[in-house]
Design a protein around this ligand. Structure first.
Ligand SMILES: C[S@@+](CC[C@H](N)C(=O)[O-])C[C@H]1O[C@@H](n2cnc3c(N)ncnc32)[C@H](O)[C@@H]1O
Length: 302
């Protein structure tokens, strides 16, 4: 075992621009993964058809929604922190009556595409998309009834994602919950093979670092979150991960067939999920977690 050597840190502005460029260029490449543009892994439970990938992807949205523990007989405003092109927001609005969702992303292309995909009447009044950095939200303190981040909090810098967690805490109303679903490293010592895969995955998805589960939970506690619930959902997402090689190969050969000369982004897009799958086999060093927590009703700070 050796200590983790993470990806080379980049300056904050280059880092943010890298994410924007990546998602602007690779945006449409998520369509072969999900016709509804769910840009995350799926969640399996009894009753969800494992041969229907889209159903498992939607179930992940459902899991996030249920962990927010909303009282659904009153109006709630939710914030989707790192909304992609809005699939989770569309799912939530379609499956609830009084919930409004604001989607936040730093990628202008995603805001435009999310709006194009959300023109149905049911979405018009209850779903908006804004160009917003989840580390610096232009929202008032205590203005949001619940927030979730599906495979997006990993983009905050550092292993504890502290800026993301602090900003989420600030905008949540007392008693409101935050739900995060993402890959997390475990422990501090990692093998050479794991580090090799880790660096490839981070590079392919333009990430500095995944969160470490222990430091992330500790940061939550330090900030003031309570009722922190941690589920290692690796086996729940495993069935959807098994679709990765097939979808990635299909995607890669379709790009070769189109005779694209510069395949850099596509290569990263192909390599990251496949290496991510291998990385996920290192169960003692990495796992997919769903973590939720509540902002206390009575607070010492803020
Ligand atoms: C893998 S995608 C997940 C999208 C969406 N949550 C879903 O599951 O369909 C990661 C998202 O995080 C967003 N993101 C990364 N850094 C961000 C930041 N600082 N503020 C807001 N969004 C960010 C990206 O723009 C992208 O939309």
């Amino acid at each position: 075992m050796i200590n983790t050597v993470n990806t080379t840190p980049t300056s904050p502005s280059n880092y943010k621009q890298g994410i924007i460029d990546y998602y602007s260029e690779a945006g449409m490449d998520y369509e072969p993964w999900s016709r509804r543009f769910n840009m995350h892994f799926g969640y399996f439970r009894l009753g969800v058809n494992p041969f229907n990938r889209e159903a498992m992807l939607d179930e992940m949205n459902n899991q996030a929604l249920s962990r927010l523990q909303l009282s659904l007989n009153k109006a709630n405003t939710l914030l989707d922190l790192g909304c992609g092109v809005g699939a989770s927001g569309r799912f939530i609005v379609s499956n609830t009556e009084l919930v409004t969702v604001i989607g936040a992303t730093i990628v202008p292309w995603q805001v435009k595409k999310a709006k194009e995909l959300s023109t149905d009447r049911e979405f018009q009044e209850r779903l908006t998309f804004e160009l917003m950095d989840y580390c610096k939200l232009p929202l008032a303190n205590q203005s949001i009834d619940g927030a979730y981040a599906l495979e997006s909090s990993c983009y905050d810098k550092g292993k504890d994602k502290r800026r993301f967690l602090e900003e989420s805490f600030r905008i949540l109303k007392p008693g409101a919950r935050l739900v995060v679903a993402d890959g997390f490293t475990k422990g501090e010592k990692h093998t050479r093979l794991f580090n090799f895969l880790y660096r490839k995955v981070c590079k392919g998805w333009m990430l500095d670092d995944f969160a470490g589960v222990d430091v992330f939970v500790k940061a939550m506690r330090d900030i003031g979150y309570e009722d922190i619930q941690v589920q290692d959902a690796s086996w729940r997402v495993a069935l959807s991960v098994m679709y990765v090689p097939w979808v990635s190969l299909k995607y890669f050969f379709s790009k070769i067939f189109l005779n694209k000369s510069d395949m850099k982004i596509e290569m990263g897009h192909f390599v990251a999920p496949v290496f991510g799958m291998l990385m996920g086999l290192h169960r003692s060093q990495y796992g997919y977690h769903i973590i939720s927590a509540r902002k206390p009703i009575k607070q010492d700070r803020q």
